[in-house]
Ligand binder design. Structure first.
Ligand code: ATP
Ligand code: MG
Length: 242
């Protein structure tokens, strides 16, 4: 059942231990939210998982394979897909072509099959009707959905989402979280989503929450339990977490 295993990873920037001995495991189809104050190491942890950084200590296993030394593109081929905080589409290409690229490069399909997979992914996220529009003409929310479709078309086992909810309206956030949960439950795609500290609602929809502080995990468990942990309340200035 275990898809990803992170074993005591450490990442230093000079004297700073941005990620300081983090360990956790993730199952197939599990939706994990990582929350924590600014600078607590969330993005650095994601960069370690997908290979942008190599850890100074510790190992990372994906489907039982030690991927610690693999570059990001090789991890992508194994089924790790990353969606970015600021979506970066090819603005002069159509929505469909943007997704076809994802299917070709990460899904390993031939062109004909890639087009089918891309159309299916667009239907899944609700952008099918816009498939012939130029990506540059999409709204911010639609660009986020395009990122998800592009990731989905790559046939991922794990989605890594860096604050994909930032800048969306509450209603759009709701739809996005539901979609991530649906992908986890219907497709068995695991997701690790970094969550802005104000978005309690998002973390509550995850199967499990990890709370980071100064590079360490200070609480972990089902949302209600982790978010109300006394250590977490203390870090958030003595208030209940919201
Ligand atoms: N490339 C880098 N070089 C030096 N220091 C870095 C680098 N990247 C991150 N840091 C530092 O490491 C710590 C963790 O940063 P990180 O971006 O992982 O935090 P975060 O939890 O994602 O924060 P935020 O909520 O602001 O996105 C911070 O103190 C940050 O300043
Ligand atoms: Mg960050």
């Amino acid at each position: 059942m275990t898809l990803l295993k992170v074993e005591h990873v450490v990442k230093k920037f000079g004297g700073l231990r941005a990620v300081d001995g983090v360990s956790f495991a993730l199952d197939r189809g599990e939706f994990l939210a990582v929350v924590g104050p600014n600078g607590s190491g969330k993005t650095t942890l994601l960069n370690l998982i997908n290979g942008v950084y190599k850890p100074d200590e510790g190992r990372i296993f994906f489907e039982g394979v030690d991927v610690t030394e693999l570059p990001p593109y090789k991890r992508a081929r194994l089924g790790m897909s990353r969606a970015f905080q600021v979506p970066r589409p090819f603005p002069e290409s159509t929505v469909l072509d943007n997704v076809v690229v994802g299917a070709l490069f990460n899904g390993g399909y031939d062109l004909r099959r890639a087009r089918e997979v891309a159309e299916e992914a667009l239907r899944y996220v609700g952008l099918y009707d816009k498939r012939h529009e130029l990506a540059g003409r999409l709204t911010f929310n639609e660009l986020r959905l395009l990122e998800l479709a592009r990731a989905l078309a790559g046939n991922p086992k794990l989605l890594l989402l860096d604050e994909v909810m930032a800048g969306l309206t509450p209603k759009e956030i709701d739809a996005m979280v539901q979609l991530i949960r649906k992908m986890a439950e219907e497709r068995g795609i695991a997701a690790i989503s970094l969550v802005e500290h104000r978005m309690r609602a998002v973390a509550q929809l995850a199967h499990r929450v990890i709370v980071m502080h100064q590079g360490k995990i200070i609480a972990e468990g089902p949302p209600e339990k982790a978010l109300n942990d006394p250590k977490v309340v203390e870090v958030y200035l003595g208030r209940p977490w919201r």
